[in-house]
Write a protein that binds this ligand. Structure first.
Ligand code: FAD
Ligand code: N01
Length: 534
């Protein structure tokens, strides 16, 4: 092994410079600790740096999908759309980096390859692909739940002669689809956004759909200054509420069967007309009772049939294989309408699978499609991928890859036993991807910083989770998922999108407020389930 060029010592080493890494860096500095972040990308932004595909935007309203830690920041930033598009979100994150002067402690274009815990010094020895070594007391993994892209392993794909794009690694120079025949594989949130946008640019768009998905209209629109001003007047109140519920939806206290069929449909229609994820909160049992879920799924299937003119195409677009919301719900701006365009063709891979990718296109069991470019909206090795890409070794040289061979194991999603002083932001075992992620990130960063401050005050060298507490937490997370319909879908929540990945429901199905209280109770009981070294 070559010796590293340089060795630097810091209190806190942060991996990643998306929302999570930037917030952690800002707070660690605020505590007077020396901190540094390492980021594989050339600049800040995380997901919003990488996902430059046409149509990329958030599906939590911009006013809520933003940091709450600085009142000045939230007052000065002006959002232009109800759901901001990627360039605007990236500008916001860049503004955060500038405003708090964060870039000076971030090393870009550099990937962390290994993090080894040295028991003698009680420090993490972190190595990068630039052969730099950093010795850190604390390691914060802000590596992202959706940062490791996955290309489909379709035979022959490497032979395709045109460009192949992944939505999560989109080029920085404009991609011009005008006059081009484009194929797109994948109809998750990314595919649904990209299809809607590319359909308006390309000469032909062929959509290769393996599994139909539920999508709700966003009814995105310019954010009126009056709406924004009113919101900003009572931002604190909204933010406090968001700390309990994640996003400020209209939560119902009624079950779907408690109202008549007419009232139920009227409620679904009212929420459909308002748009967004609020739709899935129409009744309080939609995610726990299959017959309740069937009523909302039927409603959406009826809407699809109403929008899409060709009945056969409409039927192919109707999802039947999973309860609505068991895969992450998609939010769109004219997705189903795209299939009424003459230049868009839907290929249902369930009935006509891809048989080959050749230099000039894609063949299915029924037809051949000549294509100039291929877009893969095929998703991510979610939640665990970025961590397991790093050679992480804890006490006794235990490898994280080994420890998590049958699925991730964490305590509160924040730490994993045997890896002292290593914290994970929005990891498996926390509500993570199931809530407004900026709210989740802020909670984690605050919890970690409170913990660091506790260690400082008590003059403790390290914190670690106990195996017993971790086992109980994993059981608690599994039980929470099993009370819902979520494990019924072959989703990336459960690792189903990666062949060979252990089938374990990874995020913790709980309201952020419930989880927040659980985390706080543990702190109040003297960090129950954690051990400390003096
Ligand atoms: P990321 O933004 O993923 O940042 C992690 C960073 O770590 C990346 O830049 C990566 O390059 C870096 N990194 C990883 N491994 C290494 C390594 N070994 N060495 C160096 N650097 C490394 N969530 C919502 O709540 N609402 C939304 O509307 C929403 N929209 C989304 C839209 C898209 C297209 C996608 C993909 C996700 C969306 N999400 C949304 C989820 C999103 O993941 C979070 O909202 C949030 O941006 C995550 O921030 P993060 O900092 O935790 O991770
Ligand atoms: O990825 P996905 P994504 N052959 O895994 C298909 C967030 N996000 O990037 O379902 C054919 O959901 C796969 O098919 P199937 C959000 O959290 C948010 O779209 O496995 N098809 C599926 O259709 C989201 O959930 C926004 O049968 C193949 C698709 O590819 C998460 O990121 C926008 C295939 C992958 O869907 C991930 O979304 C974008 C193959 N070999 C992303 N392999 C917002 O709007 C895969 N597929 C906020």
């Amino acid at each position: 092994m070559e010796t590293p060029h340089t060795v630097q010592e810091v209190d806190v080493l942060i991996i990643g410079a998306g929302f999570a890494g930037l917030h952690m860096l800002h707070n660690a500095r605020g505590m007077g600790m020396s901190a540094r972040a390492i980021e594989a990308a050339a600049d800040v932004g995380g997901v919003w740096y990488w996902n430059r595909y046409p149509g990329a935007r958030c599906d939590v309203e911009s006013l809520q999908y933003s940091f709450s830690f600085s009142s000045a920041l939230e007052q000065e930033w002006v959002w232009t759309e109800k759901y901001a598009a990627q360039p605007e979100i990236l500008r916001y994150i860049e503004h955060v980096a500038d405003r708090f002067d964060l870039r000076r402690d971030i090393t870009f274009n550099t990937r962390v390859t290994a993090a080894i815990f040295d028991e003698k010094s009680c420090r993490w020895q972190v190595t990068t692909n630039a052969r730099e070594q950093i010795s850190a007391r604390f390691c914060v993994m802000a590596t992202g739940a959706l940062s490791v892209t996955r290309l489909p392993d379709i035979p022959g794909i490497a032979d395709f002669s045109g460009p192949i794009y992944h939505t999560g690694a989109w080029p920085h120079t404009p991609v011009d689809f005008a006059g081009k025949r484009v194929g797109i594989i994948g109809t998750g949130s990314s595919g649904i956004q990209a299809i809607t946008a590319i359909a308006k640019q390309a000469k032909e768009l062929v959509v290769f759909q393996r599994t139909a998905n539920f999508s709700i209209p966003a009814w995105n629109e310019p954010l009126q200054p009056a709406v924004q001003d009113a919101w900003k007047k009572i931002y604190r109140d909204y933010r406090l509420r968001a700390r309990e519920v994640g996003s400020l939806y209209e939560f119902s206290d009624k079950g779907a069967a408690q109202v008549s069929q007419e009232e139920r449909v009227a409620e679904y229609q009212r929420r459909w007309d308002k748009g967004g994820v609020n739709f899935v909160h129409a009744f309080n049992d939609l995610m726990i009772d299959k017959s309740a879920n069937d009523t909302i799924a039927d409603f959406v299937r009826a809407r699809i049939r109403g929008i899409v003119k060709d009945p056969q195409v409409a039927e192919s677009l109707c999802p039947y294989d999973h309860p609505l919301g068991a895969k992450r719900i998609c939010v769109d701006t004219g997705y189903y309408e795209s299939f009424n365009r003459d230049n868009v063709t839907l290929v249902d891979l369930k009935s006509t699978p891809i048989t080959a990718v050749e230099a000039n296109g894609v063949s299915t069991s029924e037809a051949s499609f000549e294509l100039d470019a291929l877009v893969c909206a095929t998703g991510y090795d979610a939640l665990t991928g970025a961590l397991l890409n790093i050679d992480i070794r804890g006490v006794g040289g235990q490898q994280l890859q080994q420890k998590w061979a049958d699925g991730p194991r964490t305590y509160l999603g924040l730490m994993t036993a045997g890896f002292p002083n290593m914290f994970i932001v929005t990891g498996a075992g926390s509500p993570s991807v199931l809530v407004n992620m900026v709210v989740g990130i802020e909670h984690h960063v605050e919890w970690i910083c409170d913990c660091l401050s506790h260690l400082q005050k008590q003059q403790l060298a390290s914190i670690d989770a106990t195996l017993e507490a971790e086992d109980n937490w994993v059981g608690h997370v599994n039980a929470a998922a099993d009370r819902t319909l979520l494990p019924l879908a072959n989703s990336w929540f459960i690792g189903a999108n990666i062949p060979g990945k252990p089938r374990v429901f990874m995020p913790y199905v709980a309201r952020i407020g419930v989880y927040r209280k659980e985390c706080q109770d543990i702190v109040d009981k003297g960090y129950e389930g954690f051990t400390f070294a003096p």
